[in-house]
Design a protein around this ligand. Structure first.
Ligand code: ADP
Length: 827
């Protein structure tokens, strides 16, 4: 048989075994792949019977069995092993035809499928072994998922378990996540994916801290996670997440190390729950507790200070009253003591007013009553009122309005007045030389509003920088001695600040020691509109009762122009009886407007009758006159009229004039009590030294250390009544100069203007260490047990809380001076 060239080339380069056989199975062609697999060189193989070549029983058997079919034209495929399963070959056997189509031999082509076959075998084997376990798997899957398994495929079982566990992980509450040792996230639950706006849980795979958090949060998390993976110890910790939008969340995180089957740490599993709300609640409760504690402390402090402040004027009032009762006093002395009672009473009243205002403000019970007002007029009125105080100290009082400051604003006049009086009052109080001024400027203005700066400037003692922050706190004074030296309880600025803030304004201070202070209030005011329906008298319309005495119909016109509902028009012959009836009903009139031309009585006579009737409650008297000459005005004012208005008067002008007069009247009424409260003059010679009685060897020698003038008079008189020789020191310095062991007893006030009583007693005890100890009794307004103990441990022998009465002093003297008293009795 001839072998063509094409066949030779094809078989030479084929990847398959190609063998050509004669009809009697002799090898005619044997390609290189056949040489390699059979291990026979072509030269040796050719001519050999193929069926006897190598161990290939399966092929040989099939060949022989199917030779006839092959020769008939069928192509036979046989899978056969060679060399004891070393190779598995897949044969294709066909006949080889001659040119005349007669069979001349066989063509065999084989593929080496050894690897594939082995895999198949292995798979088959494993399938068989798995079949045994698949039964267990079915049971396990049913146990885990709680569902009956019908599918028979192993992969289905696995999928079932996988999706079930996936479902659990996805739905676990809180935020669950796991990562590898490098801090790369490998998975999370649904909550976590939603938290980070991930489309699916899978999107977290490969993310790092940098991808999910800002630096601050990421660094915090990395630190904790690294620690868990490094130590292998679980941790539960509160972690803070600083979100990109600025919100801060707190999570309670439990983290554990993930390990492989050998126990090596391969990552971290964490579960966090959002505890932001709880933390906020905790913080809220903590702050509320602190506020409650602070309020409690402030309440105790308030009570302690207020009881001290109240005791001082009370000591004066009660002491003076006792002195008046027990002594056979000359009328001048009586008058003097009564004057002291009234000064102390006015001081007490002022204190009560401040305390009530303070309490109202603290309880948010203070309400603004906004009404149209003239700011310029208000400030000028206050100036008129305070001028006498400034004059008494030879201080210049200045006022300056920038030209653009509006006149007509909406404001609460009472509140504004209190603010300005407090600031100007302080400025005058704390300035010995120079001037006090008020300056008003406008820093912003629209058609509806104006923001004004009201500054009160003085050239006084100034406030040290470190104290400027605390003077607005209640009861705080730059120096404890200020209350003694200048009066006041340290409530004024607290009230002022709260009032300014009530008007949505701010107050600040700048000051230099010995140069002066500037208090600056910035307040935004609504401006009055021309077309405003408000009228000047409106603020008082419902509260101030008016009686109009007029014998003509004009009285009714005036009534309509003012407050028809809160006023009454009466003819002159009924006027006085109407007023009397109103007193009896305890519903007196606040203003009586009297026409000059009355039919039955002279208006000045009527005024006299009204003013004489009740000294305690006097209405403001206004007269309407025809001719407003200066003389007439002076005349009627001398008769007791507070305001004199000239007819005819337009409705608006009448309201403006009456409003101004009423506010002036109120201020003057308040001023009478205010000026009564101003501290008595300080410095100079002490009037009390004149009260010292003559020395007597048998009398008890007592040193009274007290700075309050009224208390000093009371206690000195008591001691003299008890037959003591009294020496007086008005401050700590004087006390230390005088203190020596010649005194039988010392009464020491603790709140002295210069040196605190505690330092005085300490210094005295230091000086007299090892010598005879003079008994020292402290007098104090502070009733708290803690204060008493503080004084006792500083060295005083006893503590008396003001107000102190004669009988108590007598007992104390008997307690500490028994021996001396016996000696003097014997003498
Ligand atoms: P007080 O009634 O004691 O004056 P305030 O609250 O009005 O209380 O003031 C608190 C303290 O602030 C004062 O005692 C004083 O020490 C200080 N102070 C206030 N105004 C001035 C001022 N114009 N110059 C100096 N010190 C001032």
């Amino acid at each position: 048989m001839e072998i063509s060239n094409d066949f030779a080339i094809w078989s030479q380069y084929s990847q398959e075994i190609i063998i050509l056989l004669s009809l009697d199975y002799k090898i005619l062609a044997f390609n290189p792949v056949a040489e390699k697999i059979y291990g026979w060189h072509k030269q040796k193989a050719i001519g050999k019977n193929f069926l006897n070549l190598g161990a290939q029983h399966q092929l040989s058997a099939a060949f022989l069995e199917r030779t006839k079919e092959i020769l008939a034209g069928e192509t036979v495929r046989v899978k056969a092993e060679l060399y004891e399963q070393q190779y598995t070959l897949e044969w294709t056997v066909a006949r080889k035809l001659n040119v005349d189509n007669s069979p001349v031999g066989f063509l065999l082509v084989a593929q080496d499928v050894t690897r594939l076959y082995k895999l198949e075998q292995a798979l088959k084997k494993s399938e068989e072994s798995v079949y045994g376990t698949s039964q267990e798997l079915i049971e396990f899957t049913e146990l885990v998922t709680g569902q009956e398994i019908r599918e028979k495929s192993l992969i289905e079982y696995a999928k079932n378990i996988y999706s079930y566990l996936e479902g659990i992980i996805a739905a676990v509450p809180g935020f669950v996540y796991w990562m590898n040792r490098e801090g790369i996230y490998l998975g999370c639950n649904d909550n976590m994916a939603t938290l980070y706006n991930l489309k699916s849980r899978k999107d977290i795979i490969g993310k790092t801290y940098e991808d999910l958090y800002n630096k601050k949060t990421g660094d915090g998390y990395r630190k904790i996670d690294t620690q868990v993976m490094f130590t292998g110890k679980p941790i539960t910790i509160a972690e803070t997440l600083y979100a990109l939008d600025g919100t801060i969340c707190v999570y309670l995180s439990s983290k554990v190390a993930l390990r492989d089957k050998f126990g090596n740490v391969i990552g971290l599993l964490g579960n966090s729950i959002d505890i932001t709300a709880q933390k906020q609640n905790e913080q809220f409760l903590k702050e509320a507790k602190e506020r409650a504690e602070a309020a409690n402390l402030a309440k105790s402090e308030f009570l302690s200070v207020i009881s001290h402040e109240f005791r001082i004027p009370l000591t004066g009032i009660l002491g003076m009253a006792q002195l008046i009762q027990m002594q056979n006093l000359k009328p001048e002395k009586q008058k003097e003591y009564v004057q002291h009672i009234s000064t102390a009473g006015a001081h007490l009243l002022n204190l009560i007013n401040d305390t009530l205002d303070f309490a109202k403000l603290e309880a948010n019970k203070f309400e603004l009553a906004l009404a149209p007002m003239d700011l310029h007029a208000l400030i000028e009125e206050i100036f008129t009122m305070l001028r006498p105080l400034a004059k008494a100290k030879a201080l210049e009082l200045l006022i300056h309005f920038e030209p653009d400051v509006p006149h007509l604003i909406w404001g609460d006049k009472r509140v504004l007045r209190q603010i300005i009086i407090n600031l100007l009052g302080n400025a005058i109080k704390f300035t010995e030389m120079g001037n006090v001024s008020i300056r008003v400027e406008c820093i912003e203005q629209t058609s509806d509003f104006a923001t004004l700066v009201i500054s009160v400037i003085d050239t006084g003692i100034g406030i040290p920088e470190e104290k400027q922050g605390m003077i607005f706190d209640h009861f705080s004074q730059v120096d404890a001695s200020h209350s003694r030296r200048y009066g006041g309880a340290g409530l004024g600025l607290t009230i002022t600040k709260q009032l300014v803030e009530l008007m949505s304004g701010t107050i600040s201070v700048t000051s230099q020691i010995a140069k002066g202070s500037t208090f600056r209030c910035v307040i935004k005011f609504a401006l009055q509109k021309e077309a405003s329906a408000q009228t000047p008298w409106m603020a008082y319309e419902s509260t101030v009762r008016i009686l109009i005495v007029d014998d003509t119909p004009r009285g009714n016109v005036i009534q309509r122009q003012l407050s028809p509902s809160n006023s009454q028009v009466i003819s002159s012959n009924e006027a006085f009886s109407t007023l009397l009836a109103s007193y009896q009903l305890s519903d007196p009139y606040d203003i009586v407007i009297i026409d000059q031309r009355l039919e039955n009585i002279d208006p000045c006579e009527l005024a006299r009758l009204i003013l004489q009737h009740d000294e305690l409650y006097q209405p403001m008297l206004v007269i309407l006159i025809d001719n407003g000459s200066v003389n007439t005005k002076n005349f009627v004012k001398a008769a007791g009229f507070f305001e004199c208005l000239t007819k005819p008067i337009q409705p608006f002008a009448l309201q403006v004039a009456l409003t101004a007069a009423w506010e002036n009247w109120i201020e003057q009424r308040e001023m009478r009590s205010l000026s009564a409260c101003m501290p008595l003059s300080h410095g100079g010679t002490n009037p009390m030294t004149a009260l010292n009685n003559n020395d007597s060897t048998h009398k008890l020698k007592v040193l009274l250390v007290e700075d309050d003038e009224i208390v000093k008079i009371v206690h000195n008189n008591y001691l003299q009544e008890l037959d003591c020789f009294v020496d007086i020191a008005s401050n700590g310095k004087e006390a230390l100069e005088k203190l020596n062991s010649t005194y039988d007893l010392v009464f020491l006030d603790m709140g002295l203007p210069d040196i605190h009583g505690i330092d005085v007693i300490k210094e005295f005890r230091k000086r007299t260490r090892g010598k005879k100890q003079t008994p020292v009794v402290s007098l104090t307004g502070y009733g708290a047990e803690s204060s008493k103990q503080e004084f006792m441990s500083a060295g005083v022998d006893d503590v008396m809380v003001k107000p102190v009465f004669l009988e108590q002093l007598e007992k104390i003297i008997q307690k500490y001076c028994k021996e001396k008293l016996q000696v003097s009795e014997e003498c």
